[in-house]
Design a protein around this ligand. Structure first.
Ligand code: C2E
Ligand code: CA
Ligand code: CA
Length: 674
């Protein structure tokens, strides 16, 4: 391409110069003919005038064809005057009267018969009509003639009447040589000038072409590459996929796509800055490129998303070998000069012809496989799996529905009562969210809370729960409290404290009647931000409960490091507290330890009287469970039921209470919905 342009340029400059020279030569030839003709005419006319003035009896010769001796003598003198070397005379009809060659021999005069213009009738008629006519001739082989001469016909007039014609032979060799030398000099100079202009113009043009070509190349590069990593971008990767599919359909080997995603790349960006993030992406690109064979392609599709097109795939093993190597190479930490970043990679792969028959679907399926890798622990690779496809599709549908549910307010709160261990004194309720799905019916939190957390929808959903629970609790009598479950994402938000304060303010609920339940796992990152959030909530008067104690590390350390008011023993312990002596002992020590830290204890999941009795013996402060009350909608809450106050006042012993609780609070029956 580059050479072609150059060749074209050189050729067109040369052609322009050649054309210019040819045109110039044409113009010069024309000009030189004109010059010679006018010179010949001038010479001939002067000669003829001079002759007609100086030669006696010339009229006699022209009009009557009579040549006197005086005239002959004189004419002989005019045979060679300057460039004139021959002449002829004709009468007015154009008949030859005299040729200068015959002047020496009077007998020969009139013997030569030649015609005006060598029988050219046009010339003859022009001459006989009184015009000067010049014919340029070449001497050729004739030794008597010069190389170049003119035959100039000049009519001779007397008193305005043409009486004859003289034909004057003018030698123009010298004049022509002079003109040609002059023209050659001019032509040479012009040629040199043209060449210089051509060269300057050419080089300017060449420079501009080069600049345009560079700009073109840059634009093309940007259109097909990712600037940061220098890898292919999405559009050129799609083209490569398309070509690979084409070759597969023409009988070529199959190929695979590996989608690669850096795990926790966002953390690198957030904590080490964007320059570090960029460097990790660049190094990732280099590492991936170093793994592939000639003919394979690596692309950065955007963000921390990379893809490999592996060609010449003969078995799934080929793909898993490469995928495994990608996982391994990304497991090595990234050296960023002063710092080191760790960012494992997850890989998802799909094979053309097996998993998908179109390139779009292949990419999509590799992406689904990547999603699976991320789901199952990250830093691993997975193949596409149809069942997974189904699950993901369902999950996406659910995520969409969840989003709509927040706008359409399809969520409800159910409240599970919490009692003092006497089993009668109602202390408050735990708010538990439900989703009233328009077609699927009532959905329990385990169906949608994890998805809400994954999609970030937990933030608006959590806000709604907090507001709804506070607004409801504000209507409750006395000191009944409400416990609200928080997600890790909510706890990590900087605006949680403000949000809680705003909600309490708006609902009018005193801060000490709100309890926020968090789990141990949320504290494991133990950041200054979380400590500060919990301390601020605590100083506002809001109570903090540790939920599900016993399911995680069950580290007592969290209990004194953070401002907990309550510890909730998980159902897993409650279940066997009255059957397994070891569990009983553990629960007992947890309760006494908590008490020594001024932390109250709630035991969840009480289903039998045996459990309740065991907990009462261990001096547990609070109980909660199906036996005492299932979660109910707000219009069926325990304290809103008829006779609630009487019962709670009159029953003091545990046994009858247990039974009556079962009967009265409906613990043995299924919850109204779900
Ligand atoms: P959790 O905080 O441990 O809530 C207690 C769960 O145990 C509730 O299930 C409750 O119905 C159930 N339960 C109570 N007593 C008994 C019993 O005697 N036996 C048995 N087998 N189960 C009992 P639910 O309502 O399905 O909630 C499940 C989990 O969903 C909750 O566990 C909590 O982690 C989460 N969750 C519920 N509502 C919210 C919410 O508004 N926000 C957040 N972030 N999470 C919530
Ligand atoms: Ca809870
Ligand atoms: Ca719990």
């Amino acid at each position: 391409m580059k050479n072609n342009v150059l060749l074209m340029l050189v050729l067109s400059i040369c052609a322009s110069i050649v054309i210019a020279v040819v045109v110039m030569m044409g113009v010069m030839r024309h000009a030189s003919t004109q010059l010679l003709e006018s010179d010949a005419e001038h010479t001939a006319v002067s000669w003829a005038e001079f002759v007609s003035r100086s030669v006696p009896d010339l009229d006699l010769l022209l009009e009557q064809g009579e040549l006197t001796e005086r005239a002959r003598t004189q004419l002989k003198r005019f045979r060679h005057v300057e460039e004139v070397f021959r002449f002829k005379m004709f009468n007015r009809e154009g008949e030859t009267l005299l040729v200068s060659d015959d002047l020496d021999d009077p007998a020969g005069i009139g013997s030569t018969k030649s015609s005006i213009g060598h029988n050219n009738t046009k010339v003859r008629s022009l001459v006989l009509n009184g015009n000067n006519v010049i014919l340029l001739e070449r001497g050729g082989d004739n030794p008597q003639r010069p190389d170049l001469y003119s035959e100039a016909y000049v009519p001779v007039e007397r008193d305005g009447q043409m009486i004859g014609v003289v034909e004057v032979y003018v030698d123009q060799s010298d004049r022509a040589a002079l003109i040609s030398t002059a023209f050659n000099v001019v032509a040479g100079a012009m040629f040199v000038l043209l060449s210089i202009f051509g060269l300057i113009g050419g080089s300017v043009l060449l420079k501009r072409l080069k600049a345009e070509r560079l700009a073109d190349e840059r634009v093309r590069y940007l259109a097909y590459h990712d600037v940061l990593s220098g890898l292919m971008n999405r559009s050129s990767f799609n083209e490569a996929l398309y070509r690979a599919a084409q070759s597969y359909r023409e009988g070529g080997a199959t190929f695979s796509v590996l989608c690669v995603d850096l795990d926790h790349f966002k953390n690198v960006n957030d904590s080490m800055g964007h320059a570090a993030g960029d460097e990790v992406l660049r190094q990732t690109g280099e590492r991936l490129r170093s793994l592939v064979r000639h003919g394979d392609h690596v692309a950065r599709l955007g963000g921390d998303e990379f893809a490999i097109l592996q060609t010449d795939v003969h078995s799934p093993d080929d793909v898993s070998t490469l995928a495994q190597r990608v996982v391994e190479v990304l497991d090595i930490s990234f050296d960023l000069g002063s710092e080191v970043a760790h960012c494992k990679g997850s890989v998802g792969a799909a094979i053309f012809g097996t998993d998908a028959m179109t390139t779009d679907s292949l990419l999509h399926k590799a992406d689904l496989a990547l999603y699976r890798s991320k789901l199952f622990g990250r830093g691993i690779f997975s193949f596409y799996d149809e069942e997974l496809d189904q699950q993901v599709a369902e999950r996406n549908t659910l995520a969409m529905a969840l989003r709509a549910a927040i706008d359409d307010e399809q969520f409800r709160l159910h409240y599970q009562p919490q009692f003092a261990t006497d089993g009668t004194t109602l202390k408050g309720y735990e708010a538990l969210v439900r989703w009233e799905h328009p077609t699927l019916g009532l959905q329990m939190p385990d169906k949608f809370i994890p998805l809400a957390e994954e999609t970030g929808l937990i933030v608006p959903l959590g806000q709604w729960v907090l507001q709804a629970a506070c607004a409801e609790a504000a209507q409750w009598p006395g000191e009944l409290s409400v416990a609200v479950n928080l997600s890790a994402i909510q706890l990590r938000r900087d605006d949680l404290v403000e949000e809680v304060a705003r909600t309490l303010d708006a609902s009018g609920l005193p801060a000490h009647r709100l309890e926020l339940e968090i789990t141990e796992s949320m504290l494991m990152s133990n950041t200054a931000q979380i400590t500060q959030t919990l301390n601020r909530l605590n100083s506002m008067g809001v109570r903090i409960a540790m939920d599900d104690f016993g399911t995680g590390y069950s580290s007592m350390a969290y209990l004194w490091r953070f401002p907990f008011d309550k510890l909730k023993i998980d159902r897993a312990f409650t279940e066997s507290v009255d059957k397994d002596s070891k569990v009983s002992l553990v629960v007992k020590s947890i309760i006494s330890l908590a008490h020594s830290l001024q932390i109250r204890v709630n035991a969840e999941g009480i289903e039998t009287i045996g459990q309740l009795e065991a907990l009462r013996r261990h001096e547990c402060d609070e109980v909660q469970g199906y036996m005492l009350g299932r979660p109910f909608p707000e219009d069926q809450l325990v304290h809103k039921r008829e006779g609630y106050a009487d019962i709670s006042n009159s029953i003091t012993t545990l046994k009858p209470l247990g039974k009556r609780c079962i009967n009265l609070f409906g613990a043995a029956s299924r919850p109204p919905a779900g």
